[in-house]
Design a protein around this ligand. Structure first.
Ligand code: SAM
Length: 215
């Protein structure tokens, strides 16, 4: 049986999980993203939150101390096992991890005050279907915070990376998609800008947006 692009994607993250946090670029991005979310969303100490595509929890572990509970979900058991160890070491007892792929399985039954996702939407084939699912998982008035690349030319990941379904997103179009799903109060800002230097010395800058909306 051939391996699907989604399985290749999961396997790639399982393999790179142990070294994920070593990248200063990823750590700086996550710090910027966590600060942007904390600045845009009125986080509450009794909130039930879900992070989708949490990876090793670079963003989630930074926000967890300000939340009542964080269910950190990802398709990659390898990424989650790094996060589980970090959460245990940091005493983040209210952070739980779960293997979850909402493109293939139903959502959990519980409802959340906040769903956030950083740098994962570009791996999702049908973004409209996923934001519809997110809407159903939120309590009335609950917050959605989506972080990803602005539309780019494909150079951010390069050619050899499986599972990259979108070369970033148009902010206005994504907000329109959210409103069509039933979200209100959509708002967009730049959370961070990633700078990459190519082998030939060419420097490229990739703005990363934060879009917030309410169910
Ligand atoms: C670029 S990484 C970002 C990780 C983390 N959010 C961060 O900022 O460091 C993308 C993450 O999305 C996860 N992912 C990819 N496709 C997914 C899917 N269909 N469902 C859940 N997670 C997925 C990957 O396993 C990976 O951990």
């Amino acid at each position: 049986m051939s391996t699907s692009v989604q399985d290749q994607n999961r396997q790639r993250f399982d393999v790179i999980a142990a070294e994920w946090d070593e990248s200063p670029t990823r750590r700086e991005l996550a710090t910027g993203v966590a600060a942007a979310i904390a600045g845009a969303v009125p986080l509450q100490a009794d909130w039930q939150a879900l992070e989708y595509g949490c990876g090793t929890g670079l963003v989630g572990a930074a926000l967890a101390p300000r939340l009542g509970r964080l269910l950190a979900c990802d398709v990659s058991p390898g990424m989650l096992s790094v996060l589980t160890e970090k959460a245990h070491a940091a005493g983040l007892d209210h952070l739980q991890t779960r293997v979850l792929d909402l493109t293939r399985e139903p959502p959990p039954a519980e409802r959340f005050d906040l769903i956030f996702s950083s740098m994962t939407m570009h791996h999702i084939p049908d973004v409209a279907a996923l934001v519809h699912t997110f809407h159903g998982m939120l309590k009335p008035g609950g917050w959605l915070a989506l972080v990803d690349l602005d539309a780019e030319d494909g150079s951010f990941h390069g050619d050899d990376v499986p599972g990259v379904m979108h070369h970033g997103f148009d902010r206005a179009a994504l907000q329109e998609q959210l409103r069509a799903t039933g979200f209100v109060q959509t708002s967009a800002r730049t959370a961070h800008t990633v700078t990459k230097t190519a082998a030939d010395g060419r420097v490229s800058r990739y703005p990363v947006f934060l879009i917030t909306a309410r169910a």
